[in-house]
Ligand binder design. Structure first.
Ligand code: GLU
Length: 477
């Protein structure tokens, strides 16, 4: 059975790149009847952020990417956590040391820094010069008991590693270019490389699907598998995600933040749909996918090497396509948090449903809803400049007072009857189209765009409509 994992380091906000890695792992597992495992790689104590752990889990849950198994103790949705498994890494590091595949290094941080500077000045790639590798093992053991040290991987001095990647094909890494990687830090914590390989083996991971930035680590990882005498999993490295300037989308760019998109009311299923297309293409031109359709269509063989450009406009278009399918009561329920600081915060569903119905066409994000509902505001907004220019136009001076009189005298109760009166005034005065309707809309809402007048009239009611028109014309009806 295939077993895959998402192994984020809780060092910050979940990035769209991380979401895509998690998603491709889940899709691969679902498609092939395998298991998806979640593992928090929190052994870098300087970079860990306590909140990030919880945040990553929350976002994965909101996006429906739940792991299939976890440690026995944790209950549902508990990931494996590396800082709770330290003894395992220590045990495996000891085996490498014993076999001569790892060695202690006593070099001070100052010496390593000096070395790096010298190498840079000489135009060389910085790397460890392997000074401690020649210390006699018996002496090294003795010094380990009293001196601070790290453990390094003894990379063979010559030869090469040939790697067959599911996305990149055959790649060859000359070992002369690979640094003696630190495996255990001076605080006794494993580095990513050691903990990652040990866990992938112990968790019986069959396919490692992760970002392209980990490709340079492959020779180190494959050597570790060889030194432990383990079979290595298959690897698939996913292409970089680029910003619109075609540079790597950085963690700091707001567009890369999963939380920021969800907070703006992009539905999780739309974000998942969009992120799926960053590096993978279906065999046809289709772009809209539900999660189930993605599972059906996904194929690791169709992941490309070319960097994928993150296009916010495309994401928002897909979001509008997904939002179209949401029934209005559900849309309103999802949008409620966005109405909190508006006058509609406590409005009933009965009142809001027709309003949402009137404004929902083409909605891309739920956070657009308050602005769209603004024309229904019962606090009359000051007309903007464009609205004023319609209200002051010649046609308006002729039509609006007549409309006001008809509405006032007509005692209408229905929006449709009020509109019919407007049409009648149009016929009598010869004022048509925009010239007739825009000044009216502008007077009632203070804006020139917005939902259908009928919906606005139905919502504010005839008395308020008459009062608004009168206020705008400064006449007492
Ligand atoms: N902890 C690594 C990360 O933060 C995992 C890389 C891998 O999947 O091997 O991305």
């Amino acid at each position: 059975m295939n077993r895959v994992r998402f192994a984020p380091s809780p060092t910050g906000d979940l990035h769209v790149g991380g979401l895509r890695t998690a998603l491709y792992n889940v899709l691969f597992a679902r498609k092939t009847g395998g298991a998806f495992i979640l593992r928090l790689e929190d052994t870098d104590r300087e970079r860990n952020l306590p909140e990030a752990h919880k945040d990553i889990l929350n976002l994965l849950r909101r996006c429906g990417l739940e792991p299939d198994e976890g440690p026995d103790t944790g209950g549902p949705f508990a990931p494996y956590v590396q800082s709770e498994r330290l003894a395992l890494y220590a045990e495996h590091a000891a085996k490498l040391l014993e076999a001569g595949h790892a060695y202690p290094c006593f070099c001070s941080a100052e010496r390593l820094e000096e070395l790096r500077q010298q190498q840079r000045a000489a135009g060389q790639t910085p790397g460890y010069d392997r000074r401690c590798r020649s210390i006699d093992p018996a002496e090294a053991r003795q010094r380990m008991a009293s001196e601070p040290h790290v453990l390094r991987l003894a990379i063979p001095l010559e030869g090469e590693i040939v790697h067959q990647d599911r996305v990149w094909g055959a790649l060859t890494f000359p070992l002369a270019d690979v640094d003696d990687q630190v495996l255990v830090k001076s605080d006794g914590y494993p580095t990513y490389h050691l903990a990652n390989v040990v866990d992938d083996h112990l968790m019986e991971i069959t396919h490692v699907i992760r970002g392209e930035e980990w490709l340079p680590s492959v020779p180190k990882h494959l050597l570790l598998y060889r030194f432990f005498g383990w079979e290595a999993p298959e690897f698939a490295h996913l292409p970089l995600i680029l910003n619109e300037q075609h540079r790597k989308l950085s963690k700091r760019e707001g567009t890369g933040s999963v939380l920021a998109w969800l907070d703006r009311g992009i539905p999780p299923e739309a974000l998942i749909n969009y992120v799926a297309l960053l590096g993978w293409h279906p065999s046809d031109e289709r772009e809209f996918f539900t999660f189930a359709e993605l599972v059906e269509a996904f194929d690791l063989e169709r992941v490309s090497r070319a960097g994928a450009v993150f296009d916010p406009a495309k994401l928002e278009w897909l979001a509008s396509e997904h939002l179209k399918l949401v029934p209005t009561p559900e849309l309103l329920a999802q949008a409620r948090p966005y109405l909190k600081s508006t006058e509609f915060a406590r409005a009933s569903d009965d009142l809001l449903l027709p309003l949402v119905e009137a404004v929902r066409a083409g909605l891309r994000r739920l956070d657009e809803l308050p602005a769209r509902l603004a024309p229904f505001s019962l606090r009359l907004t000051e007309p903007d400049e464009e609205a004023w220019s319609w209200i002051r136009a010649d046609a308006a001076r002729r039509s609006l007072p007549v409309i006001l009189r008809r509405w006032h005298d007509g005692n209408y109760t229905e929006a449709e009857a009020m509109l019919e009166a407007v049409r009648q005034v149009g016929k009598e005065t010869g004022i048509k189209g925009k010239e007739l309707w825009m000044p009216l809309r502008a007077s009632l809402t203070g804006r020139t765009g917005g939902p259908e007048l009928k919906a606005i009239l139905a919502h504010i009611g005839p008395d308020e409509a008459v009062a608004r028109l009168a206020r705008m014309l400064d006449i007492k009806p």
